[in-house]
Design a binder for this molecule. Structure first.
Ligand SMILES: Cc1cc2nc3c(=O)[nH]c(=O)nc-3n(C[C@H](O)[C@H](O)[C@H](O)COP(=O)(O)O)c2cc1C
Length: 248
């Protein structure tokens, strides 16, 4: 196994105009099914979009971000308790999976599966990019893909052959995320030190300048993930969970 892959990987957003063979895609999707799954229930489904017209409609729901418009394939990975519920009902078992806990089990399964797809696809030389916009337009995507009850999109991935070599971006130091035995609550000064490399990373400084902000944090709070958007996405996603039967 190429262990260097893990320290060298990066998200790829620009793709060559070259098709991923269906046989390779299926092989990736099938090998990824070895990912751990809650109770071995496999509470996820993946909808493959590669028809150009459908890709264009789906990309629109991802705000036409470049990783979506240039992708050869977009995978929409769904938390799925529909299949399991149907199986229970057909087998004389009474399912009790129309609740939030069941959604969390399915969400976890789906996200673990998605990351396994990413790892295998990238190891096969493909480029991948998560499209977090799946949360923003989850209902529209759900309608477009004709998702039934107890099926909700939770992760989208664009896939393609990388058009260029991507430089890696920065990460926090291990000390920021590692806590020993109990959680170490850092002081504000210590937290600022942990973010120093991030604040000083050249691309991040450029973001700050281009957006006329005083700090990188303001780029996040004012532009990339502002409270108003977080609240409206929360509300629409909660409503979708209700409509799909995961919440009363
Ligand atoms: C949940 C999630 C949502 C993401 N959404 C987007 C997105 O909408 N657009 C995008 O270009 N990258 C997206 N990314 C990719 C991240 O921006 C990327 O992983 C991060 O900047 C670190 O870069 P790296 O993967 O190259 O190390 C997303 C990643 C995750 C895990």
């Amino acid at each position: 196994m190429d262990m260097e892959y893990f320290s060298k990987r990066a998200t790829v957003r620009n793709y060559e105009k070259r098709h991923i063979p269906e046989i390779l895609l299926d092989d990736i999707l099938e090998r990824a099914m070895r990912s751990p799954t809650c109770g071995n229930m496999q509470l996820y489904s993946v909808v493959v979009t590669r028809d150009p017209e459908k890709l264009a409609r789906l990309a629109k729901e991802h705000f036409n971000q470049p990783a979506s418009t240039g992708a050869d394939v977009i995978l929409t990975i769904c938390a799925d308790f529909n299949r399991f519920t149907e199986w229970c009902e057909a087998s004389g078992a009474k399912p009790g999976y129309d609740n939030f806990h069941s959604f969390m089990m399915a969400l976890t399964d789906a996200v673990i599966y998605a990351q396994q797809v990413v790892t295998i696809a990238e190891m096969e030389g493909l480029g991948t990019c998560y499209l977090g916009t799946v949360n923003y337009n989850a209902r529209q995507i759900s309608d477009l893909l004709e998702l039934p009850d107890l099926v909700v999109p939770v992760a989208s991935l664009s896939l393609g052959y990388p058009a260029d070599v991507v430089a890696q971006c920065e990460r926090l130091p291990l000390a920021a995320i590692k806590h020993t035995e109990t959680y170490r609550k850092d002081t504000p000064d210590e937290v600022v030190k942990l973010f120093k490399a991030k604040d000083e990373f050249a691309d991040n400084r450029k973001f700050v300048e281009e957006n006329g902000k005083e700090s990188l944090a303001q780029v996040f709070t004012d532009i990339r993930y502002p409270e108003s958007v977080n609240l409206s996405v929360s509300e629409s996603f909660m409503q979708l969970l209700k409509d799909k039967g995961f919440l009363k």
